[in-house]
Design a protein around this ligand. Sequence first.
Ligand SMILES: [Fe+2]
Length: 286
Amino acid sequence: MAKPESNRHFTRNLVSGVGIGLRAEHYQFVKQEQPSTPWFEVLIDNYLGHGGQIQQHLQDFSEHYPLTFHGVGMSLGSCDPLNKTYLGLLKQAINTYQPALVSDHLCWTGFQNEYLHDLLPMPYTDEAARHVAQRIKQVQDYLNIQILIENVSSYMQYRISDMSEAEFLVYVCELADCHLLLDINNIYVSAFNHGFDAVEYLDLMPAKRIKEIHLAGFEDQGGYLLDTHGEKIHPPVWELYREAIKRFGVQPTLIEWDNNLPKFYVLQQEAHKAERILNDAQSHAA
Ligand SMILES: [Fe+2]
């Protein structure tokens, strides 16, 4: 795979512009066509512990594009002990492929070794914040990097919560001294489902901690919105993205698409749309 012209001068440890979530269905296209996508985000859990062809894909992509690692395996909010096997494999992959960013979610995904295949929200309390922040610190110490934590979309809330999701997120980031991956679609979905104001949420976010933004599509289920990553980004999410860029400046942005995956050019069209918003913001700032 020859190095794409537009990626010759990338700095290995930095990403900028609009990246695309790399999925197996597009591997061949990306290898053959070498699109000028500035960076890719890989779902790193799919590669950990695998050798052979799967590892070779990661090797090939890392040689030609800057990568970021995105995972769901830390279960940072859980009460189970941290999974040392998982973290060991992740550390190995970080050392081998030197991703620009490493992220997981502010959530829990299992209890007593039962994996629930969902990113479940935490109760927003002081005790829960201290608990998860301590675990994020442990992970950061072990991996020897600052990680990004992402806000999840949610469909339930806890009666014992005594702060808002936004307040909880900011508090955890401060306690853990970690970075923030702001998923604009998740904010929009949760704001609709729970009746909070998405712009007020943005107003609370600390610009200095935001290192990446996610954009994705949701599905309208009638009474609530479902974060499916299965369609184009909806107009109000684009609007909220503009608001975010106004507040936080130009940030590395990722197009996430997981279900009903279309041809790669559709993701590129979404990426170009985001690029135009970033370029507008840059020209206004100049
Ligand atoms: Fe996301």
